[in-house]
Design a protein around this ligand. Structure first.
Ligand SMILES: [Fe+2]
Ligand SMILES: [Fe+2]
Length: 271
């Protein structure tokens, strides 16, 4: 089995009646942040696949080319499963949400049309270097198995984050292979992470305000919660921009291999 296993998964998607926004540990800030992340990756990951396809012929190392191909195929599965789930989010009806998502779609369209390969691969690496740390942290926290996390949401994110750990080295290795320019990489970490967190904050705010009116004050994201979540990211964000950063140095807990086997067994098909 290749360590970057492409799994075709099937997850339950909540119906309109079943969907409740506070689906992650019953927490407003965690739920809206992950719901917004799901909206973001549905446009980000197709951008990854298209961007990598354009540089595939420039990758002269055969093993790295296969890793890049598997990376793209894992990401292609991620965005499809998130799109299934996002339908439930849109059906819940959030004024302004579709317009904000449309702005994001146009951003990525612009990146594909007007920016260089180096910008796009740097963008991918800037995202991945944060996400690997986020994935390791949240998988270790038990958040996805929390008793107030809705099973369908917990499983979707657990599978996605596991595969982010599996392919953690690929974007970095492709960037180093093709460009290897540290300062530009650090700049792109800032650019991509800023782009993502601005979108997530906008969507989380939109969803939370609409839900306070219909589901009550527990849907409110307080200023303190917003500050806490931003602060909790600072160390991970800074680490991605350090000169010695490499995903190859991450300590991978032993239960990650068990999780990989677990999702391989649950998969409809594997490649
Ligand atoms: Fe992904
Ligand atoms: Fe990824």
């Amino acid at each position: 089995m290749h360590p970057i296993t492409v799994r075709e998964m099937k997850f339950a998607v909540p119906s309109a009646d079943e969907f409740h926004p506070l689906c992650v540990a019953g927490s407003s800030v965690l739920s809206y942040t992950l719901l917004a992340t799901g909206l973001y990756v549905a446009y980000l990951e197709p951008f990854f696949v298209k961007s990598l396809r354009r540089v595939m012929d420039q990758i002269r190392d055969e093993a790295l080319r296969e890793d890049a191909d598997r990376f793209s195929r894992q990401e292609a599965q991620h965005y499809r499963r998130h799109m299934d789930f996002n339908k439930a989010v849109f059906r819940h009806g959030y004024p302004g949400l579709e317009q904000r998502v449309e702005m994001l779609r146009r951003d990525f369209e612009g990146f594909l049309g007007n920016r260089s390969d180096r910008f796009r691969i740097g963008y991918i690496e800037g995202f991945e270097s944060f996400t690997t740390q986020f994935a390791l942290r949240t998988l270790a926290s038990g958040l996805y198995d929390h008793r107030h996390t809705v099973r369908a949401v917990g499983d979707l994110f657990k599978w996605h984050m596991l595969e982010e750990v599996e392919h953690r080295n690929v974007a970095f290795d492709v960037y180093e292979h093709l460009y290897g320019d540290y300062l530009y990489r650090a700049r792109m970490c800032w650019v991509s992470q800023h782009h993502m967190f601005r979108f997530i904050a906008d969507c989380a705010g939109l969803m939370s305000s609409a839900d306070v009116a219909r589901h009550g004050v527990r849907c409110r994201i307080t200023v303190r919660q917003r500050a806490l979540i931003a602060t909790s990211r600072l160390g991970m964000r800074a680490r991605t921009m350090l000169p010695g950063y490499t995903p190859h140095k991450h300590a991978i807990p032993s239960n990650i291999a068990e999780l990989s086997a677990h999702f391989t067994q649950l998969a409809q098909r594997i490649h």
